[in-house]
Design a protein around this ligand. Structure first.
Ligand SMILES: *Cc1c(COP(=O)(O)O)cnc(C)c1O
Length: 397
């Protein structure tokens, strides 16, 4: 059984704050401060360029890929870290399209995060005539998986509502129709158990600054199924994805398997912070995390619904089809969220009217949820949000 009191003690959580936004940016793992300090002083400072070999900087993207891979059911040696999630979406969809050359349609849904759709739009424009991005309602995805589709690209858990797709069933249906799958795990990795190998997913991508707690700007990851790893061509063919980067060959030759999905120089300090975060994950069992996340989410729904009739649940009530976040709709949701943040309950707002709260058992417990419900009840019942200063929109919501 995971000791959640022990994992909570491994994070810096500011005094007086109940942090329900770890689905957007995880908090600081305490050990990251020393790790980064030492990487700066002892490695960058003292070793200078020899750190690439001596401190193992160059090996970090694959080593950390395996550690993240364990949380998402990937086969060892088939996940690599680097770049941002937007870039990894582009790479995965480009490779998947090339592996299915007779078809030209990418299918996605309107619950997807906009950047995933934007990246594919840009890619398809470069590929030229005949390519199409087809975006349907989440409930209509299964019916639209046909022999016309080349690639199904979905985010497993909806960033606004927490609605969860059935990865296994949709992947099976895709394969039965000759469709390859790209799964975005931005709101799955570290939030719930994922079984990429068991689902026979073709490609998967995700970020590490949300539930995985790697810090602002932490690198993304990409998974390519072993059966495609030596056939997939990386559309972004950078030197570190070359078979022999330090041969400085003038022609590109893809590296072995997943290594070819590397592009350029890895973000060593960010990877160092991620190592500290993964040490906390080593103490957690994902089945325990899931059970506790469901308990916290259910407690939150029950408490908020009992106290605040003006808030409408936007997330699925059934935990089986939900990720690790709860959203409520409220017309003045932006102002209400600012009033909550001013009182130490940090969630976020997603246009047009969604108040979003993430539940992360590594550092949020039942007492936190009960206290958050009390503060939300106070803000709603006493209309504490109805003040001009809470209605001024900041750049990041
Ligand atoms: C958070 C998120 C992103 C962010 O992409 P970046 O390139 O890391 O900024 C992309 N897709 C989804 C589904 C997300 O939830």
């Amino acid at each position: 059984m995971t000791d959640f009191a022990a994992t909570k003690a491994m994070f810096h959580l500011p005094e007086g704050v109940i942090y329900l936004d770890g689905n957007s940016l995880g908090p600081l793992p305490l050990a990251a401060r020393d790790r980064i300090g030492s990487a700066m002083q002892d490695e960058w400072g003292e070793m200078l360029i020899t750190g690439w070999n001596k401190a193992g900087w160059m090996a970090k993207p694959m080593a950390l890929g395996d550690r993240v891979g364990q949380l998402i059911g990937a086969e060892p040696g088939h996940v690599v870290m680097g770049d941002t999630l937007s870039i990894k979406v582009y790479q995965a969809v480009a490779s998947a399209l090339e592996l299915n050359p007779a078809r030209k349609v990418v299918l996605s849904d309107n619950g997807n995060f906009p950047t995933d759709l934007y990246m594919v739009e840009g890619l398809l424009k470069s590929l030229g005539d005949g390519y199409e991005l087809r975006v349907v309602d989440p409930e209509a995805v299964a019916d639209n998986i046909t022999e016309e589709i080349a690639v199904l690209m979905l985010t497993e858990v909806d960033y606004r509502t927490g609605r969860k797709h059935d990865m296994k069933a949709l992947t099976e249906l895709s394969h039965a129709n000759g469709v390859l799958t790209v799964w975005d795990l931005a709101h799955s990795a570290g939030a719930l158990p994922v079984d990429l190998a068991g689902c026979r997913a073709d490609f998967a991508v995700g970020c590490t600054y949300k539930y995985l707690n790697g810090g602002p700007g932490a690198p993304a990851f990409i998974y390519v199924a072993p059966r495609h790893a030596d056939a997939a061509r990386p559309a972004l063919s950078g030197w570190l994805g070359h078979d022999a980067p330090f041969a400085f060959d003038l022609n590109y030759r893809p590296g072995k398997g997943i290594e070819r999905m590397r592009v350029g120089t890895p973000p060593v300090l960010q990877l160092t912070a991620l190592e500290a975060a993964m040490d906390v994950w080593d103490m957690a069992d994902m089945a325990d995390v899931r059970a506790q996340s469901i308990a916290l989410c259910d407690q939150f729904i029950e408490g908020v619904e009992a106290a605040c009739p003006e808030l409408t649940l936007a997330s699925p009530r059934d935990s089986a089809v939900r990720g690790s976040q709860i959203s409520f709709r409220f017309e003045d949701g932006y102002a209400a969220m600012q009033a909550l943040i001013a009182r130490g309950v940090i969630g976020d707002f997603r246009a047009p009217d969604i108040m979003r709260f993430g539940f992360t058992p590594l550092y949020i417990d039942q007492t936190d949820v009960a206290r958050a419900v009390e503060i939300i009840a106070d803000v709603m019942q006493n209309r504490l949000w109805d003040r001009p200063e809470y209605k001024v929109r900041a750049a990041v919501t």
